[in-house]
Design a binder for this molecule. Structure first.
Ligand SMILES: C[S@@+](CC[C@H](N)C(=O)[O-])C[C@H]1O[C@@H](n2cnc3c(N)ncnc32)[C@H](O)[C@@H]1O
Length: 366
């Protein structure tokens, strides 16, 4: 179900500045109880373009041939609320298969129920949920079997909007930031164990933060102080540090705080490592001609996607200092389908502000 479906009656649209990635997301309640008590989970971004990239919908340069691979095998690495998975499954026939990954049990429960409305019908495609990190793609899926793999990176609106998950500074609940609550180390534990040097490096690498060492030193002190007091680290503790380190940028305090959250979240969840490992496996799992479709939401994520894929775009993998190619020059495994990343339309951004920082890259296995 998308917010455009006729049965969805939007009662209330509430824009909040959330704490992650500085993105303003929309939070919508759905009156008609179509999905889990009628509560909105996540609005899928660039849905049509993703489907075109996967060759499940005709139109645009992403699917020039207009082929619809209704009997194909696809992976959605980021199930979330199931918006993209639902649309993929509804385009597949009984020969088709969809494997969806998510390491968040809220997402797995919610989306499995939602997808059951398609996959429990007669002549439905095969649907398998993998409740594990997508870096395990290569362990779960056989090589050379896929027609398409989709990544809609980052976190869902639900993870942000449910303040008990500890992703947001709205509500001042204890910091957590784990997508997978089975993981042992939450943001609190990580902040109590990390050195100021390593935290500063994470702030620079994951969020391009200025004054990273000063910020890191104060955050590590606050983490230790709250530990001695025997209490949780709260978003307000981090906010005080941000305001003290950036007294000249009071008006940007929320977006600076969001970037601190983003940097810590990326470490707690090992996000860049996950992306790199998974894309490498996706290249192995795709058949020749299969598509890799990746949507990122900030420059650090996008750079990771671009750099990982760039390695597979090279025909020659010889060390640069060699004067002639010794490797045979036939190592290229990916080619770009769109030269520049595709951005959402103004119309989509107006409807769903979460879309505004999205960038879509599509590659084909060669
Ligand atoms: C932006 S949401 C996906 C939304 C989904 N496309 C939809 O339409 O509802 C990203 C989801 O990916 C999951 N996720 C992020 N990184 C992951 C990883 N490394 N392994 C498994 N799931 C991951 C998050 O838990 C979240 O539910």
């Amino acid at each position: 179900m998308t917010r455009n479906d006729p049965q969805v009656k939007q009662l209330h649209t509430n824009e909040i500045l959330n704490s992650v990635g500085g993105v303003v997301r929309s939070c919508t309640e759905n009156a008609t109880a179509g999905v889990e008590g009628g509560v909105f989970y996540h609005d899928p971004v660039m849905l049509k373009e993703c489907l075109q990239g996967l060759r499940l919908e005709a139109g645009s340069d992403l699917n020039k041939s207009g082929d619809i691979l209704a009997g194909g095998t696809f992976v959605d690495c980021t199930l979330g609320g199931g918006g993209h998975s639902y649309a993929i499954a509804s385009r597949l026939n009984e020969s088709g298969a969809l494997h969806s990954f998510d390491r968040d049990d809220d997402a797995v429960k919610f989306a499995s129920k939602r997808l059951a409305t398609i996959t429990e019908k007669p002549a439905a495609p095969k649907f398998v949920v993998h409740p594990v990190p997508f870096a395990m793609l290569g362990e779960e899926i056989a090589a050379d079997t896929l027609d398409g793999v989709l990544y809609d990176l980052g976190i869902s609106s639900h993870q942000v909007d449910d303040s008990s998950r500890g992703f947001t500074f709205v509500g001042n609940n204890p910091l957590d930031l784990r997508m997978d609550r089975r993981e042992e180390v939450s943001a609190q534990e990580w902040l109590r164990a990390v050195s100021a040097d390593d935290l500063a490096e994470a702030l620079r690498k994951n969020a391009d933060m200025d004054r990273a060492f000063k910020l890191a030193t104060r955050i590590v002190e606050v983490a230790a102080e709250t530990g001695r007091e025997g209490r949780d680290i709260l978003p307000s503790d981090i906010k005080e540090v941000v305001e003290a380190v950036f007294p000249d940028k009071r008006r940007d305090a929320n977006s600076l705080l969001a970037r601190v959250f983003q940097a810590v979240r990326m470490e707690v969840n090992g996000e860049l490592r996950q992306i790199e490992t998974s894309i490498r496996s996706a290249v192995d799992c795709l058949k020749v001609g299969g598509r890799l479709v990746v949507m990122s939401y900030h420059s650090v994520e996008d750079r990771c996607v671009k750099d990982t894929c760039a390695e597979f775009e090279k025909a020659c993998i010889c060390p640069e200092h060699l004067p002639v190619c010794m490797c045979g020059g036939n190592h290229q495994r990916l080619k770009k389908v769109n030269r520049k990343p595709i951005l959402p339309s103004n119309e989509e951004i107006a409807k769903n502000s979460r879309a505004r920082s999205a960038k879509l890259r599509v590659y084909e296995r060669v």
